[in-house]
Write a protein that binds this ligand. Structure first.
Ligand code: CA2
Length: 155
């Protein structure tokens, strides 16, 4: 476990197009705007914020988070619904995992109802647009503080 809290916020395929395409579904904010929201919500904790369109790279970062992160916030985007390999990687983590989505996949097409992330997530935040990320970072920090006794403990 790192000395200061390090929250990995990992983003899957096509999220680099946020704010550029399909604003009716995903809104006008860009991924850079969402990174700023996460940093502001982190209350001084370190945010490592990344996006990739490649499944293997996402899995490499999940493996990296095993040693370097205190918690993981993950929007695996389309891989949420398809990737057994991602699930296998997530199963090796012992840190809290917060699954995060801009939209509410449960209210969308049937193929989005299955998540390979949910079975290993500590919790799921979805449907609040960019605020989902803000809530997810705060939830992740709360979980880390609970595990380390870093806050709320009377001396
Ligand atoms: O709601 C979410 O955050 C999703 O993870 C977004 C994924 C979708 O496959 C999941 O079911 C729910 C899609 C991300 C695609 O992002 C785009 C952004 C702008 C334009 C086109 C795609």
């Amino acid at each position: 476990m790192p000395q200061t809290s390090v929250i990995y916020v990992l983003n899957g395929p096509n999220l680099n197009l946020l704010g550029v395409r399909e604003p009716d579904i995903y809104g006008h904010e860009t991924l850079a705007d969402i990174e700023t929201l996460c940093v502001d919500a982190a209350d001084g904790a370190e945010i490592v914020f990344r996006q990739t369109n490649h499944e293997g790279e996402l899995i490499d970062w999940v493996q990296e988070a095993r040693d370097k992160a205190s918690a993981l916030v993950l929007n695996a985007a389309g891989y949420t619904h398809t990737s057994v390999a991602l699930l296998d990687a997530l199963k090796t983590l012992t840190i809290p995992i917060v699954e995060c989505h801009l939209s509410n996949p449960a209210a969308r097409e049937r193929f989005r109802h299955r998540s390979y992330v949910s079975p290993v997530a500590t919790g799921i935040i979805s449907g609040f647009g960019p605020i989902s990320y803000e809530l997810a970072v705060k939830a992740a920090l709360g979980l880390v503080q609970k595990r380390t006794g870093a806050q709320g403990r009377s001396v």
